[in-house]
Design a protein around this ligand. Structure first.
Ligand code: AKB
Length: 332
C-alpha cells in the first residue's frame, strides 16, 4: 500500500479535476479522495466515485471543517479562474486565485497538509526569454491571471520556507483533453478545434497563425501532478513551480495534424485581440530540464499521438451521444 493519503481536490469539476480525481481514487482508494467544487454540477462519475463536498475555497470555516472531518493530509488545489476569464473579471480572479490559495495554505499549515498548486506558462511575461524559457528567469507577467499565478508560486515557497508546509507546483502549459472543456483560457482553441473537426464543422481560430505555445495532453499532466507529489523531497531543489511541457505548436501545425486524419476539415482565423495579447506575452517553449532531473518528469504524448487519441476518443463519444439521442427519441 502506498503511503496512506487522505486527499482533498478543490475545483474537482474543472478540466484538470475531472480527470485527476478519478486517477487519484484509482491510486489511493475511492474513500480517500474527497472531491470538492463550487459552481458546476458534478458529473455522475465524480459523485458516485467517492465523497463529494460543495466548497467555496475562500470560505475558511467550511474548508477547515472538511479537512478535519475527512482527516485530510494532502490538498490538490485546482480551483482558479483561467487567463481570459481573469481579464474579464480581475477582482474576482484576485479573490479566488489569491485569497482562495491563502485559505488553503493556512489550513495546510494548521492541519499539516501537503499542497499541490498548478501554476502556468501564464506566470511568465513579455520580458521573459520566449525560447527555451529557463526554470529560473525573469517573470513579470502582464495579465491578472499571470500575476495571481506568480504570486501563488511565491506564496507557496514562502509557506514552505517559513512554516515547513510541503508545497509543490507545476507551470502547466495549455492542457488538451476530451473529457471536460476548459473555460476561459487562452489555449482553449487547441481543445475546441477537435470538437469542431469531429462534428464536421469549420473552426474559426481566435489566435493568429504563428502563435506558438507549449501544450500537453491531459494524461501526461495527471501523471506529472501525481509524480511530483510522490517525489523524494530531498531531490527537489525547486518547488514552486516546475516548468513542464510535452509539445509546442502554433495553430496551423495542429490544423495540419488534424487534417491528416480528417482531410476535409477547414480552419480559418478571426483573432480575438484580448486572448492574442495574452498569448503574445507567454513563452513559445519552456526548458523543463529541472523537472526531468529533479523528479524524473517524462512526457509520453507528442502532437501526432495526442491528435490521434483525441480524434478517436471524441469520435466514440460523438457516436455514443448520437446513439443515446436516437434511443431517447424512439423510446418516447
Ligand atoms: C489558460 O489558457 O489560461 C490556461 C493556462 C495556459 O494556464 N490553459
Amino acid at each position: 500500500m502506498i503511503n496512506m493519503k487522505r486527499i482533498l481536490v478543490t475545483g474537482a469539476t474543472g478540466q484538470i479535476g475531472s480527470e485527476l480525481t478519478p486517477a487519484l481514487r484509482k491510486r489511493y482508494g475511492d474513500e480517500n479522495v474527497i472531491a470538492s467544487g463550487h459552481t458546476i454540477e458534478p458529473d455522475r462519475e465524480l459523485l458516485e466515485g467517492g465523497p463529494f463536498c460543495f466548497l467555496d475555497v475562500r470560505d475558511s470555516c467550511s474548508l477547515e471543517k472538511i479537512v478535519k472531518e475527512y482527516r485530510i493530509n494532502t490538498i490538490y488545489h485546482l480551483a482558479a479562474l483561467l487567463s481570459a476569464a481573469a481579464e474579464k473579471d480581475s477582482q474576482l480572479a484576485w479573490d479566488v486565485n489569491i485569497n482562495g490559495l491563502k485559505t488553503i495554505l493556512e489550513a495546510a499549515r494548521a492541519f499539516h497538509c501537503s499542497v499541490f498548486f498548478p501554476s502556468s506558462i501564464g506566470a511568465f511575461g513579455p520580458s521573459t526569454p520566449p525560447d527555451n524559457t529557463p526554470q529560473d528567469t525573469i517573470q513579470r507577467p502582464a495579465t491578472m491571471y499571470g500575476i495571481t499565478k506568480l504570486s501563488g508560486e511565491l506564496l507557496c515557497d514562502y509557506y514552505y520556507h517559513r512554516f515547513g508546509v510541503d508545497t509543490r507546483g507545476l507551470r502547466f502549459p495549455g492542457l488538451i483533453s476530451y473529457k471536460t472543456m476548459p473555460h476561459g483560457g487562452t489555449t482553449d482553441y487547441a481543445v475546441e478545434i477537435f470538437y469542431a473537426a469531429i462534428r464536421g464543422n469549420r473552426y474559426e481560430c481566435f489566435l493568429r497563425e504563428g502563435t506558438r505555445l507549449d501544450m500537453m495532453y491531459m494524461p501526461d499532466a495527471i501523471r506529472a501532478a501525481i509524480n511530483l507529489m510522490e517525489a523524494d523531497p530531498k531531490r527537489l531543489a525547486h518547488r514552486n513551480a516546475f516548468n513542464v511541457t510535452a509539445m509546442s505548436f502554433a495553430p496551423e501545425e495542429i490544423y495540419t495534424e488534424i487534417k491528416k486524419n480528417i482531410p476535409d476539415f477547414i480552419m480559418t482565423y478571426r483573432v480575438d485581440p484580448v486572448r492574442q495579447a495574452i498569448a503574445d506575452s507567454w513563452p513559445h517553449h519552456m526548458d523543463d530540464s529541472s523537472a526531468r532531473r529533479e523528479w524524473g518528469w517524462r512526457h509520453e504524448y507528442n502532437l501526432a499521438a495526442m491528435t490521434r487519441e483525441m480524434i478517436e476518443r471524441l469520435s466514440e463519444r460523438f457516436e455514443k451521444d448520437k446513439g443515446d439521442r436516437y434511443v431517447s427519441k424512439t423510446v418516447r
